[in-house]
Design a protein around this ligand. Structure first.
Ligand code: F58
Length: 824
């Protein structure tokens, strides 16, 4: 490898050298002078300047990685919801102060540049954001690792509201160019699709030859993933689809120019757009194409470019773990088998022995309908060889089941990788569980329910395979960057070690009893609220009181998350006030903040959004409620907005039906920033409550066993509606059309009927308990000192939820990889 001298040695940066680099980028990169530079010119020049500093470290990391050949973790994920890059890169490179000073001297407004950044929204929600937190922690913990995913040209749709209804617009995140990616078309790899298989020549057991009928090129785009001030910069490699030359030639030679261009578009469609589904996967052909596309490119990349040419693949388990982020990358299992058996000539048994040692699977759901299946018909058409391989894996697996449980054919049918009903289909979670050497859930309760319910048969067969790794979030982005005020206060009190060792927040516990500390804590919260109010006004034209309680419910819109229960709380308050049952001056001033995108085809979710907006419009227009109640539903909630909202929140709503939310990660972000949680005994809420203590958490609702029991006995929401006058009044008010200009049909009728007739997620059963919890919230909030004591304790006791700890758990329980320290 050629050693070259980097333009600026990373150790020696000063304000002067930074300024020089920045101006050089402006002149030679953008072709403008400082006086004529647009804000975008300055943003791009600044980003590239920061990038240069990191590049030195990046190259060094790559060199060391190649030299050491240490065990590597490849995080395979169809989504990485990265959020804005500039500030995080500056922080990691320890350039934040230098850059600030340099720009101030040049008269450049950093905030203005920051506001220009368009975040790469390459994910739907929690799963994609978790992947982004994990690669941050992997780098910070010095773990040799690489993230592999898809460079969608359009990320998660931009949500707008028209008359309160969600309208989706394309997310053109690349329109101003992205300074954070480095394309490498010369390293493109080919990915094949379709065709048929023929007998192989080699004669090794299990081999066939795949004769595909079309190919696309996968072009890698590299992103730097800097560790926090540790000299390591890992790589995130996202693949973009491009038509191959072969593709062009064939068709251009046939003389049909228009057809050739159309065919190019067809190939390039693969990485065009992120599927905006949450919780229920779509069985779309293009989606399977995306999955195989990025997985095949990533496997080839690792086997052919990361590993030395003479590497003995029998040692693969010592060199890599492929972590499968949900089932989206599971097609990697038959792909590795195909490479080993068909391309490398291994016998089936040898290949299977290695394959079973290199994949581990993380499951992120509990909803049965969210488990991905691919019809045999589609899979066989797109990936005929992979289907054959899956069949053989299944045959051998079923023999194993029969041997372990003789005569239990029902069990065999339940466990089979191939489902027969309603159509023949491949159950990807079963394939992942059979092939993976470990399967993990994402919170204690979730992992328990996976083993007891969703994958019970598998846990009986292989109890040692199942484990838990509770999710976490990166403290760099979600505390240090998002909440500079609180970060400063913490650092003043306990030093700055918490940024990479979040358990140190425990050191704040005694300060919860220190009145002066609490006062400063409150001041910071108040300033964060004012900042959030400014952001909402500028971003959405929404005006909120700077000092009301900020009560936040932000997450994808889904029935199991129960935004409708939150809505019933608001409607009930409104009903109480307007009917005179609740005196106005007894109402705690609250701003209810919603952030939620609905999958474009999820009708009930969209109706819920429309209804929240309708109720919000009515309440916000009511002069008598000014300064008391306000509903703020900014459109297009994303990572950028989260960074402003989370530090401002007082109350975090985590109100899913127990047993449905795998973990949640927003719950962690809020608690770490000193919001108190009103929540059910679900997902990671359970662990949050245990850590912060019952007295600092507002628990309500049925437990998972209670909910399961009620459901088994036969749940009748109508009975709750009839027997709780307050619930009835709220639902009746909703149904009356007062919020919808007299309209009682449409969303109103639909949501009313769904709640009172079926109520799949038992919102009505938990309503009473939820309202009581909210009364306790009001009472607690009235005592500022006690509330801030609880808030400080929430911060002090939730250090466990750092994604650094999650990654350490993955290392210990699953990966068996070790951190490798860089030369600083
Ligand atoms: C989420 N899943 C879980 N899926 O719902 C949440 O409890 C958990 O905290 C989080 O994962 C991280 O473990 C989730 O976000 C998706 O967005 C999938 C996208 C692709 C289609 C299916 C849903």
């Amino acid at each position: 490898m050629i050693e070259n001298t980097p333009p600026v040695a990373a150790r020696e940066h000063t304000v002067e050298s930074f300024t020089r680099e920045f101006l050089r980028e402006l002149n030679f990169g953008q072709g403008v002078d400082l006086d004529r530079a647009s804000a975008n010119d300055k943003y791009l020049a600044l980003s590239r300047t920061v990038r240069h500093y990191l590049t030195t470290r990046w190259l060094e990391t790559l060199r060391n990685q190649y030299r050491d050949q240490a065990k590597t973790v490849a995080y395979l994920s169809a989504e990485f919801l990265l959020g804005p890059q500039l500030e995080n890169a500056m922080l990691a490179a320890d350039l934040d102060e230098i850059a600030n000073e340099s720009l101030r001297a040049l008269g450049v407004d950093l905030d203005e540049l920051r506001a220009l950044e368009i975040e790469p929204g390459l994910g739907n929600g929690g799963l994609g954001r978790l992947a982004a937190c994990f690669i941050d922690s992997l780098a910070t913990l010095n773990v040799p690792s690489v993230g592999y995913g898809i460079r969608y040209e359009y990320g998660i749709f931009r949500q707008t509201f028209e008359d309160g209804a969600q309208v989706e617009k394309p997310d053109t995140w690349l329109r101003l160019g992205s300074p954070w990616e480095l394309p490498h078309p010369e390293h493109a790899v080919e990915v094949s699709f379709g065709g048929h298989t023929v007998e192989a020549e080699g004669g090794n057991d299990g081999a066939r030859t795949w004769v595909p009928d079309w190919r696309v090129a996968a072009v890698p785009y590299n992103y730097m993933v800097p560790g926090y001030r540790n000299g390591r910069v890992n790589t995130l490699r996202l693949w973009s689809a491009r038509a191959t030359h072969e593709f062009d030639l064939q068709i251009f030679n046939a003389g049909d120019y228009a057809e050739a261009v159309r065919a190019r578009t067809f190939a390039e469609n693969i990485s065009k757009v992120l599927y905006p589904e949450d919780s229920t996967p779509q069985g779309k052909e293009l989606r399977l194409q995306q999955q195989y596309f990025f997985v095949a490119a990533s496997l080839r990349d690792f086997l052919e470019t990361v590993l030395p040419a003479d590497f003995d693949l029998h040692r693969l388990p010592d060199r890599i773990t492929w972590q499968l982020n949900d089932t989206h990358p599971v097609i990697a299992v038959p792909e590795l088998m195909r490479i080993l058996v068909d391309e490398r000539g291994w016998d089936w048994a040898d290949a299977w022995a290695v394959t079973q040692k290199v994949f581990a699977y993380t499951c992120h759901t509990l909803l049965p309908e969210a488990l991905e299946v691919w019809s045999v018909d589609l899979l066989g058409r797109l990936l005929p060889r992979h289907l054959e391989i899956i069949y053989r894996i299944n045959e051998e697996f079923i023999e194993e089941v029969r041997a372990a449980f003789p005569g239990d054919e029902l069990r065999v049918r339940r466990m089979s990788i191939i489902a027969e009903q309603p159509e023949r289909a491949v159950r990807m979670a079963h394939l992942a569980t059979v092939a993976g050497f470990k399967v993990n859930g994402v919170a204690e309760l979730h992992s328990q329910l996976l083993a007891d319910k969703v994958l019970h048969d598998f846990a009986q067969m292989w109890p040692g395979k199942f484990t838990n790794v509770t999710n976490g979030v990166t403290p760099r982005r979600f505390v240090r960057l998002a909440n500079p005020g609180l970060s400063g206060l913490i650092t003043e009190a306990i030093g700055d070690g918490w940024i990479t060792d979040l358990e140190q927040l425990r050191g704040l516990e005694p300060l919860a009893d220190d009145a002066e500390f609490r006062r400063r804590f409150r001041e910071i919260k108040a300033a964060n609220k004012r900042h959030f109010a400014d952001v909402l006004l500028a971003r959405d034209g929404i005006e909120i009181a700077g000092d009301a309680m900020v009560d936040a419910m932000v997450k994808r819109l889904h029935e199991y998350k129960r935004q409708s229960l939150k809505l019933l709380h608001i409607v009930s308050l409104y009903e109480g006030i307007t009917s005179g049952r609740i005196p106005l001056d007894a109402v705690t001033p609250r701003t209810f903040v919603f952030g939620a995108k609905a999958a474009p085809g999820y009708v009930r979710a969209k109706e819920t959004i429309a209804l929240i907006n309708a109720v919000g419009a009515t309440i916000n227009a009511d002069a008598s409620l000014q300064g008391r109640l306000k509903v703020a539903f900014p459109a297009n909630y994303n990572v950028t907005l989260a960074e402003d909202l989370v530090p401002a929140a007082d109350l975090s709503e985590q109100i899913s039906l127990a047993g449905k939310e795998a973990s949640g990660t927003g719950n962690m972000k809020f608690a770490l920033n000193g919001a108190l949680t009103v929540g059910t005994d679900d997902g990671a809420n359970v662990e949050i409550r245990k850590l912060v203590g019952d007295e600092n958490f507002f628990l309500f609702g049925m437990t998972e066993p209670e909910a399961a029991d009620l459901s088994a006995r036969g749940y009748d929401p109508g009975a709750y509606y009839e027997s709780d006058p307050q619930l009835k009044a709220a639902l009746d008010l909703l149904a009356s059309g007062v919020f919808t200009g007299g309209e009682r049909g449409g969303a109103v009728a639909s949501i009313f009927a769904s709640l009172t007739e079926r109520d799949r997620f038992m919102a009505l059963a938990d309503f009473r308990s939820y309202m009581d919890a909210q009364s306790r919230v009001d009472a607690a909030y009235a005592d500022h000192e006690a509330w801030s004591r609880s808030a400080v304790l929430n911060v002090a006791r939730t250090g466990f939820f750092s994604s650094d700890r999650s990654i350490q758990d993955y290392l210990d329980r699953i990966w068996g990889a070790r951190p490798v320290t860089q030369n600083r």
